[in-house]
Ligand binder design. Structure first.
Ligand code: SAM
Length: 282
């Protein structure tokens, strides 16, 4: 059996959801090659530290904590303990926001990313909408050093983002008061897991609690985001919020016409699951 095949079997036995992908990505990371180049690393030359990585993953530590990296759209972000690992489903909502911003008839659109974590959404927007000015809000002091590092490294790899992304400490409820009524787009992937919901070990044991849970129905933070979006947006501004796969209807009603919103829409992720809601502030 090859080294990779042994590692795959070990991860599968530990209950890891995608054992081959994870084993290959860890091997590629450890040997400094692309996944497609792993055939160039003979079994005899495998770095013994690969087996330490596999042991960590078998104990259900997230893959991205082991490699120290998460990929998000065209970004490579630093992640680890204290910050939420960005997910592929959030890329779809971010893409929607990027498309709307690129169509907007506004010279330098102002964006607020509420609960920025690693900075994934804020930095993807800054990278892909060169004129955008992006305000990233994060309440968790353990997460903010990760955001700061990612903002700095993005300024190196994509110099047009330099001086266009600002990190603000603070709470959704009161953040960015100086921008009240002037923001073109509010976007957020808030915590949305009900407090008593079961989650896999990669999430429950390693992700920051503040990034995950939000009251008995998971929507406490969403209600705060709705109020914050109402306060921040200019007339005609847009909001996009991510939610759990079974929360689409509930979130629709939080952003419904009864609360002053128009053109409220549910959107799916790439797996076809209900994943985010968008609306316009009239
Ligand atoms: C699910 S994570 C999303 C992180 C990032 N936007 C992403 O999509 O990868 C939610 C983030 O919101 C932050 N957060 C939670 N409640 C907050 C609050 N009331 N005020 C400010 N930030 C908050 C958490 O610390 C966490 O970083």
């Amino acid at each position: 059996m090859s080294e990779i095949a042994v590692a795959v079997a070990r991860l599968a036995e530990a209950g890891v959801e995608s054992p081959r992908t994870d084993a290959e990505l860890m091997a590629a990371h450890r040997h400094g090659v692309k996944r497609s180049e792993l055939n160039l690393v003979p079994d005899a030359d495998f770095d013994p530290r690969f087996w330490d990585d596999i042991a960590r993953r078998a104990s259900r530590e997230p893959l991205q904590h082991i490699t120290g990296t998460a990929f998000f759209r065209y970004l490579e972000l630093e992640v680890g303990p204290g910050v939420f690992v960005p997910r592929p489903e959030t890329e779809v909502m971010t893409g929607w926001a990027i498309d709307r911003l690129n169509e907007m008839d506004v010279a330098d659109p102002v964006v607020a990313d509420l609960g920025t974590g690693s900075g994934a959404i804020a930095l993807a927007i800054a990278q892909e909408v060169p004129r955008a000015r992006v305000h990233a809000v994060e309440g968790d002091p353990l997460a903010r050093p990760w955001t700061e590092r990612n903002i700095a490294s993005c300024a190196e790899s994509a110099p047009h983002t330099r001086g266009r992304v600002w990190l603000h400490g603070g709470d959704f409820d009161s953040a960015l008061a100086e921008l009240n009524g002037s923001v073109d787009l509010v976007i957020s992937n808030p915590p949305y897991i009900p407090v008593d919901a079961a989650v896999p070990p990669e999430v429950g044991e390693y992700e920051p609690t503040a990034a995950l849970y939000s009251g008995s129905d998971g929507l406490d933070a969403m209600r705060v985001i709705e109020r914050a979006a109402r306060r921040l947006l200019r007339p005609g501004g847009r909001v996009a919020v991510e939610h759990g796969a079974v929360q689409g209807t509930a979130v629709y009603w939080i952003f419904a016409e009864e609360n002053g919103w128009k053109e409220t829409r549910n959107h799916s992720d790439l797996a076809g699951l209900d994943r985010f809601v968008t609306a316009i502030w009239p």
